[in-house]
Ligand binder design. Structure first.
Ligand SMILES: Nc1ncnc2c1ncn2[C@@H]1O[C@H](COP(=O)(O)OP(=O)(O)OP(=O)(O)O)[C@@H](O)[C@H]1O
Ligand SMILES: [Mg+2]
Length: 305
């Protein structure tokens, strides 16, 4: 049985801003507290987490939170084939990420904590408060000094029951990650998609940020939408042999990058395509006509739908 994906960070991670959050995470961990990073999608929680991991000189284990993360996958298990010949001896127990972090006095990084099944979360909560866990047929395992949990989650999806989420908040220091500033978002896009025109990038970021304020939109796009918009426009421009700043290229890239990312209010009668097109026009102006001075616009291009 797989014990779940594990990644050990090696390279320093580029993080734009977030110095304050990184400092508080570091302080909490040094103080022996567990940490919960909470914020909307795309606000850099995983990025910050990887950065903290790569800058600390303690062992760490990363685990991706999902519905398949059973207690046995988190804690570990006896190898079933060896149990038949050798019985339940400690030597044939394969440590899961939690035991690995506990025994090594390392950090357990849990991504998407809110996707973990409740029974698994309960095991984790017990290890966090007791610094030891009872494993059936293996016995009690105590955490070595230095053991800590850093978890990231998205407040949009609720965690387990009210009782479980109360227990989680009571065992962690919470660091809230809000949306980045416009300037930081532009620098993040520049980091991921280098070489875009500064003014064009700033307008793309403004447009993506506007999806979060739009009255018809319930959930707007994160900076991931701006990153993809930049990437798609860049490639589409090269396929079409135009500039990235071509109006039609940009709109097509905006629709591809944003219509699936925004969620329009139930009560609204507008489609995501209409919302994105309107925002595009608000930020980049109306569709250039044949006699507008846009020399890059290829002739006879059909209008965007
Ligand atoms: N402060 C930042 N510095 C550098 N890159 C960032 C920053 N914030 C976000 N990004 C970039 O934006 C994207 C999303 O960031 P990340 O995966 O860290 O978000 P998240 O908060 O973990 O999102 P989710 O809740 O969906 O897991 C990544 O491509 C990441 O590189
Ligand atoms: Mg994440």
């Amino acid at each position: 049985m797989e014990t779940g994906p594990r990644v050990h960070a090696r390279d320093p991670v580029d993080v734009v801003d977030r110095a304050h959050e990184a400092e508080v995470v570091e302080a909490a961990l040094r103080g022996g507290a567990h940490v919960l990073l909470e914020g909307p999608p795309g606000t850099g929680k995983s990025t910050l987490l990887r950065r903290v991991a790569s800058s600390r000189h303690v062992p760490f284990v990363l685990v991706e939170g999902n519905a398949e993360l059973t207690p046995a996958r988190l804690v570990g298990h006896f190898d079933p084939a060896l149990v038949l010949t050798r019985g339940y001896v400690p030597e044939i127990f394969a440590d899961g990420p939690l035991l690995e972090a506990m025994r090594g006095g390392g950090l357990l990084y849990v991504e998407e904590l809110n996707r973990i099944p409740e029974e698994t979360l309960n095991v984790l909560l017990a290890a966090m408060s007791e610094h030891e866990i009872a494993v059936p047929r293996l016995g009690r395992i105590a955490a070595a000094d230095g053991f800590g949990v850093v978890a990231a989650m998205n407040p949009v999806d609720a965690v387990g029951t009210a009782r479980v989420s109360g227990a989680l908040y009571d065992r962690t220091c919470r660091i809230s990650m809000g949306y980045q500033t416009a300037d930081a978002e532009a620098r993040i896009v520049d980091l991921r998609v280098p070489g875009l025109d500064d003014a064009w990038r700033a307008r793309v970021v403004a447009l993506v940020r506007a999806t979060r304020e739009h009255p018809d939109v319930e959930v707007g796009s994160s900076v991931r939408g701006a990153i993809d918009l930049g990437r798609v426009a860049d490639q589409l421009a090269s396929i079409r042999g135009t500039g990235t700043d071509d109006w039609h290229v940009g709109l097509a890239a905006a629709k591809a990058s944003l219509t699936g990312r925004i969620r329009v209010q139930d009560a609204s009668d507008r489609t995501p395509e209409e919302v994105v097109t309107q925002l595009w026009i608000d930020v980049f102006g109306a569709e250039p006509t044949d006699d507008s001075p846009d020399e890059d616009a290829p002739e006879g291009r059909p209008g965007e739908r």
